[in-house]
Design a protein around this ligand. Structure first.
Ligand code: SD4
Length: 335
């Protein structure tokens, strides 16, 4: 135990496919920028930006943004308010990575409010990259994270409601409809940042697909699937049905496509094409979204289905927090 303690220190598919313009935001040579998935990315960026604005590191910035999302009491797909699995157990997945290839992750973590910070502790305080389940929780507690029951009453009510049919069929942009009164597109938070020194970092945090099988792990904590960062090239993150990201090593793919000269938006689009080509039928009913930033801070995104938005914040004149629509293969949101 003592030792352990020391140690722990389509060509798109013919039907429905559309050729859409590139989505690029203004380059910020030498500047800092942060981008996050979905509309709640505005709040995550607002939490991350002060770190970048005072010259802090991209790594600190993405952790701050992810922690904000994990604490958001309105979000049924990230952190403490997440929906549980089919057995009524809330399990959280998160990862963090910097541009030098340092990374950490936790999966199927229970009763710890800030999985992204546990992921960072895995990165910084162990020789490992990923801890899962009870071991991740044991490590978190040993690091001083408080163990606290997280499942909220509304998440329990939503689960009881789901039990009436027990139908598992992920819906496109499903997080919109998971609870009465939910505002809009709630989903996994993926956040990417470039700091004033030009260093990149990213984080990804989620409660995963609601009503998943107990023990299911999605893409978000898997380096290369839900998140990948390389200072030489850029960074990418993903949201949507994680199995498709894992199948395609998708965030790694997006970064490698940028390495070959693609813009962030083109790289995201090619990665979406791969998803479609591999599973053309399934892709009609699943949402998959990519968000990327290259080393110069240019940003791009692409999704399978309409409805994916992402937030951009930097020091450029005008609104500092901008929500942008991602282009998509399918223009019409599928119900
Ligand atoms: C997962 N990608 O666990 C995450 C969750 C998500 O829509 O984005 N849900 O597969």
């Amino acid at each position: 135990m003592g030792n352990r303690r020391q140690f722990l220190q389509a060509t798109m598919l013919a039907a429905g496919a559309a050729v859409l313009p590139r989505v690029e935001s203004t380059p910020v040579a030498g500047g800092a920028r942060v981008v996050s998935t979905w509309d709640f990315g505005v709040g995550a960026n607002a939490a991350a930006w002060p770190v970048l604005a005072r010259g802090g590191s991209a790594l600190d910035a993405v952790e701050a943004g992810a922690r904000w999302a994990e604490a958001d009491l309105c979000n049924p797909t990230v952190g403490r308010c997440g929906n549980p699995d089919r057995d009524g157990v809330l399990t959280l997945d998160a990862s963090i990575m910097d541009g030098d290839g340092r990374c950490g992750a936790v999966a199927a973590l229970e009763d710890i409010a800030h999985p992204v910070s546990v992921a960072r502790a895995v990165m910084e305080k162990t020789p490992h990259v990923m801890l899962v389940g009870a071991g991740a929780q044991q490590f978190a507690v040993a690091q001083g994270f408080q163990k606290t029951p997280l499942l909220t009453d509304s998440a329990r009510d939503a689960w009881r409601e789901w039990l009436k049919t027990s139908k598992y069929a992920p819906q496109i942009n499903a997080e919109r409809q998971t609870r009465p009164g939910d505002k809009t597109n709630h989903d996994t938070l993926g956040i990417l940042a470039r700091d004033a020194q030009g260093r990149l970092a990213g984080a990804c945090t989620t409660s995963g697909m609601a009503w998943k099988l107990h023990g299911r792990v999605g893409d978000s904590p898997i380096i290369g699937a839900g998140l990948y960062v390389d200072n030489e090239v850029g960074a990418a993150t993903a949201s949507g049905v994680g199995e498709e990201m894992i199948r395609n090593a998708a965030s790694f793919l997006v970064v490698e496509l940028m390495r070959q000269g693609r813009s962030p938006a083109d790289a995201c689009r090619e990665a979406i094409d791969r998803v479609v080509r591999k599973r053309p039928e399934a892709s009609k009913t699943l949402q998959v979204c990519f968000l990327a930033m290259n080393k110069d801070g240019d940003v791009g995104a692409f999704a399978l289905h309409r409805g994916f938005v992402y937030a951009v914040q930097d020091a450029s004149p005008g609104p500092h927090d901008r929500l942008q629509d991602a282009a998509s293969v399918y223009r019409t949101e599928q119900k």
